[in-house]
Ligand binder design. Structure first.
Ligand SMILES: Cc1cc2nc3c(=O)[nH]c(=O)nc-3n(C[C@H](O)[C@H](O)[C@H](O)COP(=O)(O)O)c2cc1C
Length: 200
């Protein structure tokens, strides 16, 4: 399928078929695709936590607001977190993964920008990975749901996170046959092309 066709069929699943498991090689591909996501100055301020363990998934589900069932049913939940302890993250910056120019750029941002603004900029980078993850999922034959509706502080506690902070999650698996959000039941609703695209 070409990218347009994939965009046309991708949708946010609201009900997953919990009996279907995802082949490990597909999960491995998704991991690698997220690792390759782009970010400003290649800063990569993220951690992607792949949760398949049923007990942990159940604990996460209990603090997932209106997403309880999706988290319980989906074979996989990917939690997207952002670097929160900037002293700890400095080790990544200094590790050689960034070019010297980008490292110097980041160090100057860290010195001159209020910490809240720097963290907000980092969180935006993690959202880019969400777009990559959603497109990757449909291309890999998976259904997915992005979920901001989670209690991020409780996710952090369940996952024992200290230096990273969860922002949102993505439920991944195979949609149930009776998912009401399937496109044949609930067609895509988007603003008209001329309204959102300007061509000059
Ligand atoms: C950042 C983000 C957060 C979202 N959070 C939730 C959520 O918590 N629960 C949910 O069921 N859908 C959530 N959605 C799905 C959106 O409602 C959905 O993408 C939008 O209505 C467009 O529909 P489509 O994805 O089916 O094309 C979220 C989407 C995005 C991009």
């Amino acid at each position: 399928m070409n990218p347009l066709e994939l965009a046309q069929i991708r949708y946010s699943a609201k009900k997953f078929d919990s009996s279907k498991k995802i082949p490990q090689e597909i999960i491995d591909d998704l991991k690698e695709i997220l690792r390759l996501a782009p970010s400003s100055i290649n800063i990569q301020p993220w951690k992607f936590t792949f949760v398949q363990n049923p007990e942990i998934k159940e604990k996460l589900a209990a603090v997932s607001m209106h997403n309880v069932e999706k988290v319980n049913q989906a074979a996989l939940v990917v939690v997207f977190s952002v670097a929160d302890d900037l002293d700890a993250f400095q080790d990544v910056v200094n590790s050689g993964v960034l070019s010297d120019r980008h490292r110097d750029w980041y160090n100057s941002l860290r010195k001159n920008m209020p910490e809240a603004d720097l963290k907000s900029w980092m969180a935006k980078q993690v959202y880019i990975a969400l777009g990559v993850g959603l497109n990757a999922s449909i291309a890999l034959g998976l259904d997915a749901t992005p979920m901001e509706g989670i209690e991020t502080d409780k996710y952090a506690a369940i996952l024992n996170m200290t230096t990273y902070k969860p922002l949102f999650a993505m439920a991944v698996g195979y949609a149930a046959a009776d998912d009401h959000n399937r496109l044949e039941v609930t067609p895509k609703s988007r603003r008209p092309l001329d309204d959102v695209i300007e061509s000059i």
